[in-house]
Structure formats: structure tokens, C-alpha cells
Design a protein around this ligand. Structure first.
Ligand code: PMP
Length: 356
């Protein structure tokens, strides 16, 4: 039985990656030992860390003026770590509020410096990405959430600003090519497009660090992890290994350019099905619709449970919307093949024929 996994995260990973990960837990590289029981300072694990970093650099074209770090604490820890490392007490950073995760990032940043919320789409239930705002002279950085996992909106292109962009890319990292030079910092919890929960990717421009007058705890200072190649303390060995395998897979598929093409084709199919049905609707502005997470609702709420049951019957898992929003959400990360979207679209068509 094939289950079509539309979960928003932790999310789908390629089956070959899961199998290789399972094998490494039993017997890693024919060592007769599990990946989980060898030293993180062994040559074998060091090679994993090095390959993981090299893959991030190759996939996203990250040059040496950026550090590539694998940390713990999830993207949620980056909400405060970003501000702690980049924003002085007397300085101000601009934040765009596009929903749940931006709101949390703003809350944490305020503990370290000034936050100027330059735009918010809250008044329209976060159904679009604000693009019309100005940023005051002297602002340290602009923080955005590149893909809003909960609401299903995404930056199709990034703001044109002359300060570094800090981006929470938790739910669209490796889904498309990006111009790294626009960013001072990119962070992403792994558990959507990168690997299992437990490791967080940070890509940070080195010359932005060490510029503020704050005594940062050693573990929370990006410089610590740059200096020690993400092995200052014990790194999350399993999530890191699986992420490395997954990045190998992305590379073998043709890299992020190929991913972007696959993802665009899936999203097109999905949104066309939503728009074509008189039963369903996508609340989000067309130009800002997420390629990763298609959020949609059913106009007649009484049919909601029936539709979820129909999805379940077709082995489409995880279609229920986020608890804060309701409705439905079909997450279509890199590892999902278009056949899975075809199955869900078929369920929608059959359901529409029955109930419209
Ligand atoms: N940012 C975004 C865009 C997310 O989707 C999530 C998790 N769904 C988070 C941050 C929080 O990540 P974590 O659970 O790794 O702290």
C-alpha cells in the first residue's frame, strides 16, 4: 500500500533515504557498528559532517564568506539566536509579519533590540505577502519568513533592499535556487525539505558577526560553531546523517533547479484542482501561493469531515489544515512525486462530482 504523505512536517523523505538511514542504524558503512554508537569525532562521522556542509554549499552555491552550520534547538531557537548575534540593544531590525512563525520571530527579537514591524498581512488573515513598505535608514537587517507553512503563502521573489535579509526558510529550503548574496542569514529546521527533526541549518555571512557589544553564551554564538565546524559539542548525529543522505538525493535528482521544476508542476496541478472546483477555495493571493503548502478550505464546512475521510480512504495522509487555521493543507515537499498529487486531485474531483 502506498501512503501519500501530505504532512506539513515532520514530512516526507525519499524512501531510498529512509532505507539507507535504517541500514546505518544497524551497521554503518560495514563497520559492524551503528551510526548511533560511534564517536562524533571519528573519521567516519567527520566525513559525514564534511559532506553535509559540502552538499549545502554545492546545492545552494554558498561561498566561503558564509558559514554553514548544523545546530540544535529547531528554527524556534533561531528566532532569538538571530537577534542575539546580529542586533545590538540600541539597534533596530525590520520584520515582516506573515503569520505564526514571523510573529514568534518578532516576539523573540524584541528581547534583544528594536523591532520595526514594517508590514503585516494580519488584517487580511495572512492571505498575502506584503510588498509595499519602507525601511528606515540604519536598520540592521530585514527578517522575512520565506514560506509560511501554516498559511500557505510564499515569497515568489525576495525584497529588493540594501540591507541583509534574514530568512526563516524552514519550509522551502532546497526547494528552489536562491541568490545567497541577498541574505545575511538563512535558517531552517530540517524536518520538511532537509531531513528529520533535530538539526537546524544555519547559513550566515561571517562578516556580520562580532559587530555588537553583547556577551553571547558560547553555545549561542554562531562564531563558536563556525570555528569548530559544527562540532563544538556533540552534533545531532542521526538527523545530520539523514539530512546528508537527503541532500545527496536532491543533488542526484538534478539539484534545486530540478526540484523547483518538479515542485512548480505539483503546485500547478494542485491549485488548478482547487480553483476548478466549486466546492473548494484557496484563500491566498494567487501570486503569493506557496509551492510547498497548498492551503484550501471547503465552502460548505459541513462537508469538511467527509472530505478528510475521502482523503484517508485514498491513503492521502496529513491533509488536515493547521489547528490554528482549519480547512486543509496539502504539503508537497521535494520528496513527493507528482503521482501523489494526482491521487489527491482525483479525490477532490470525485468529491466535487458527488457534492457540488
Ligand atoms: N518556522 C517555520 C516556517 C516553520 O514551519 C516551523 C515549524 N513548522 C518553525 C519555524 C519552527 O520550527 P521548529 O519546530 O524546528 O522550532
Amino acid at each position: 500500500m502506498q501512503v501519500h504523505n501530505f504532512s506539513a512536517g515532520p514530512a516526507i523523505l525519499p524512501k531510498s533515504v529512509m532505507e539507507a538511514a535504517a541500514q546505518a542504524c544497524v551497521n554503518f558503512q560495514e563497520m559492524g557498528l551503528s551510526l548511533l554508537e560511534i564517536s562524533h569525532r571519528s573519521a567516519a562521522f567527520k566525513a559525514v559532517l564534511e559532506e553535509a556542509e559540502a552538499l549545502v554549499r554545492a546545492l545552494l552555491d554558498v561561498k566561503e564568506d558564509y558559514g554553514v552550520l548544523f545546530l540544535q534547538g529547531g528554527a524556534s531557537s533561531q528566532f532569538f539566536m538571530a537577534a542575539m548575534n546580529l542586533l545590538g540593544t540600541d539597534e533596530t531590525a525590520a520584520y515582516v509579519d506573515t503569520g505564526t512563525w514571523s510573529t514568534k520571530a518578532i516576539k523573540e527579537a524584541k528581547k534583544f533590540g528594536g523591532v520595526d514591524m514594517v508590514a503585516s498581512s494580519k488584517e487580511k488573515s495572512y492571505t498575502y505577502i506584503p510588498k509595499d513598505y519602507s525601511i528606515a535608514e540604519g536598520t540592521k537587517y530585514l527578517h522575512i519568513t520565506s514560506n509560511n507553512t501554516v498559511r500557505g503563502t510564499q515569497y515568489a521573489s525576495f525584497p529588493d533592499v540594501n540591507i541583509p535579509i534574514v530568512s526563516d526558510a524552514s519550509s522551502d529550503i532546497f526547494s528552489r535556487p536562491i541568490d545567497i548574496s541577498k541574505f545575511g542569514l538563512i535558517y531552517a529546521g530540517a524536518q520538511k525539505n532537509m531531513g528529520p527533526a533535530g538539526v537546524t541549518l544555519v547559513i550566515v555571512k561571517k562578516d556580520l558577526l562580532g559587530r555588537i557589544n553583547r556577551d553571547i553564551p558560547t553555545m549561542l554564538d554562531y562564531r563558536t560553531h563556525i570555528e569548530k565546524d559544527s562540532a563544538f559539542n556533540t552534533p545531532p548525529v542521526f538527523p545530520l546523517y539523514v539530512s546528508m543522505l537527503n541532500m545527496r538525493w536532491v543533488k542526484a535528482q538534478g539539484g534545486v533547479t530540478a526540484m523547483a521544476e518538479r515542485n512548480a508542476a505539483k503546485a500547478k496541478l494542485m491549485y488548478e484542482a482547487i480553483d476548478a472546483s466549486p466546492l473548494f477555495e484557496c484563500p491566498n493571493a494567487e501570486e503569493d501561493r506557496s509551492v510547498m503548502n497548498a492551503v484550501f478550505v471547503i465552502k460548505n464546512k459541513e462537508l469538511e469531515a467527509d472530505f478528510l475521510a475521502a482523503c484517508q480512504a485514498a491513503h492521502c495522509n496529513g491533509v488536515k489544515g493547521h489547528r490554528s487555521v482549519g480547512g486543509f493543507r496539502a504539503s508537497m515537499y521535494n520528496a513527493m512525486g507528482i503521482e501523489s498529487v494526482e491521487v489527491l486531485v482525483e479525490v477532490m474531483k470525485t468529491f466535487t462530482a458527488k457534492h457540488a
